[in-house]
Design a protein around this ligand. Structure first.
Ligand code: BES
Ligand code: ZN
Ligand code: ZN
Length: 463
């Protein structure tokens, strides 16, 4: 698939974008509602009319959705060359081109590799989109944007893979292969390397698939001491362990490594686009399963930070694995700021549904920077409090802290904060937004979404 902003020869499909009220000559059935598609076929030429809805309601999110639907329609026609007449939609042109690119590339994403008799036409190798009528050529911007969406596609693939295929070792292998191919420095800690990381070891102990700590470094600014750490929860399967989940509750827990996948996506995009900022991804990866070797309720664990944890629920495992990764990021990789992404609590979905992700921070300026980019990218996050008044909910009778307490999403963040100290930090609880089935947008596919990748990548790129 290619996207150009240059003239086209031999188009097989022409796309006409229309706001509501501008379709006087067309079939009155076509109302120009947002995402409405109307095709006119004349011999072997097709014209696709695509509705943009009311101009007053228009947003780049509408544009991403319209483009995703268009791209899928073109694919269904087995199209090769598609001409899109760009119209002034009242948005800054380069932002609109970015939205068009995101919509097309993510709209065409599918995960159907395990369907042996899949009938859908998925061949997009020959598919090219030519956006005409723009004020200049946006070739470079499109290429950079496609490097972000290809990162998101890579993350979605990892998330959608089942846990018999992606487990800590194979997650590390895939990350290493993809990251080294674009010049990133990758270290994978395993076995004895993890001996001080009591949290990661405890969570992963029940499985034959042993834990890994994956470290991916992008350090282009040697004289700059500031390093952003991106920590992603990498549980390749979360059965709950002895605090066993139900069958339904377990179904999607192969996606409990979405934070890790999204962190890898960001690193790939930063490297491909040669972004001049120091960033390190740190991914604790383990499998929380039930066996004679699993950690148990009542166990006391010593973490890398030296703090002890009393395990009162083995299903609250993410925070335990993350505690070692956060400490490692600060002390061994010298990161100066941290964003963590984790499918941490089911209750974040009870609060926000699958629309907003929960966001928590100990630093207002850092959080504002993040939210400003989230707003531009139209990704939805909502802040919940971090307040020491919640701290007593982690009080343990026998250890420094216990691993559960209500209210769940905030207490989980308070637990992580114990390992953060004064480092400026943003915690994203993406448990309900990292995976969607059914998908919520035209540019999503059932399964992994890649939430927060566009926001975090663009935030770093703007620095
Ligand atoms: N991975 C889950 C969170 C989750 C739940 C993600 C549903 C996606 C969908 C996490 O490890 C977990 O089990 N959290 C527990 C914490 C509780 C025991 C304090 C939860 O939210 O139920
Ligand atoms: Zn769990
Ligand atoms: Zn989990």
């Amino acid at each position: 698939m290619n996207i150009f902003t240059k003239p086209i020869e031999n188009e097989c499909i022409t796309v006409v974008l229309l706001f509501k009220g501008s379709n006087d000559d067309l079939n009155p059935i076509f109302k120009c509602d947002a995402k409405e598609i109307y095709t006119v076929i004349d011999g072997n030429k097709k014209v696709i009319y695509a509705g943009l809805g009311e101009k007053k309601d228009f947003s780049l999110e509408v544009l991403r959705n319209v483009m995703a639907k268009l791209a899928k329609t073109a694919r269904n026609y087995a199209a090769t060359n598609v001409k899109i007449n760009y119209i002034d939609c009242g948005k800054v042109e380069n932002e609109a081109i970015q939205a068009i690119t995101v919509g097309i590339d993510l709209g065409l994403y599918e995960f159907i590799k395990y369907k042996t008799d899949e009938k859908t036409c998925t061949e997009t190798k020959e598919l090219s989109f030519y956006i005409t009528n723009t004020s200049k050529d946006y070739g470079e911007l499109i290429e950079k944007t496609l490097n972000v969406t290809s990162g998101i596609r890579f993350a979605r693939d990892l998330i959608n893979e089942p846990s018999n295929v992606v487990y800590p070792e194979t997650l590390a292998n895939r990350a290493r292969e993809a990251c080294q191919a674009v010049g990133l420095d990758v270290t994978v800690l395993a076995g004895d390397d993890l001996s001080e990381m009591g949290g990661i070891l405890a969570v992963g102990n029940g499985s034959v698939h042993k834990p890994r700590l994956i470290v991916i470094r992008h350090l282009p600014c040697k004289d700059d001491k500031s390093i952003l750490g991106i920590v992603g929860k990498g549980l390749t399967c979360d059965t709950g362990g002895y605090s066993l989940k139900t069958t339904d509750g377990m179904h999607y827990q192969k996606t409990d490594m979405s934070g890790a996948a999204n962190a890898i996506a960001i690193m790939l995009a930063l490297a491909k686009n040669n972004v001049q900022q120091n960033v390190i991804a740190i991914i604790p990866s383990c499998e929380n399963v039930l066996s004679a070797y699993s950690y148990k309720i009542g166990d006391v664990i010593k973490t890398l930070a030296g703090k002890t944890i009393e395990v009162l629920n083995t299903d609250a495992e993410g925070r335990i694995a993350l505690s070692d990764a956060l400490h490692y990021a600060k002390v061994h990789e010298n990161v100066t700021q941290i964003i963590d992404m984790a499918t941490l609590t089911g209750s974040v979905g009870i609060t926000f549904g699958n629309i907003y992700a929960g966001a928590m921070s100990n630093d207002d300026a850092f959080f504002e920077e993040f939210m400003a980019t989230a707003k531009e990218q139209e990704e939805k996050f909502w802040r919940l409090p971090i307040d020491d008044a919640y701290k007593e909910m982690l009080n343990s009778d026998v250890a420094d802290i216990k691993n559960v307490g209500a209210p769940s999403t905030i207490v989980a963040a308070m637990f992580l904060k114990e390992f953060i100290g004064d480092t400026p930090w943003i915690h994203l609880d993406i448990a309900a937004t990292a995976v969607k089935n059914p998908p919520a947008a035209e540019y999503e596919f059932k399964g992994g979404t890649g939430v927060a990748v566009r926001t975090i990548y663009n935030m770093i790129n703007k620095r």
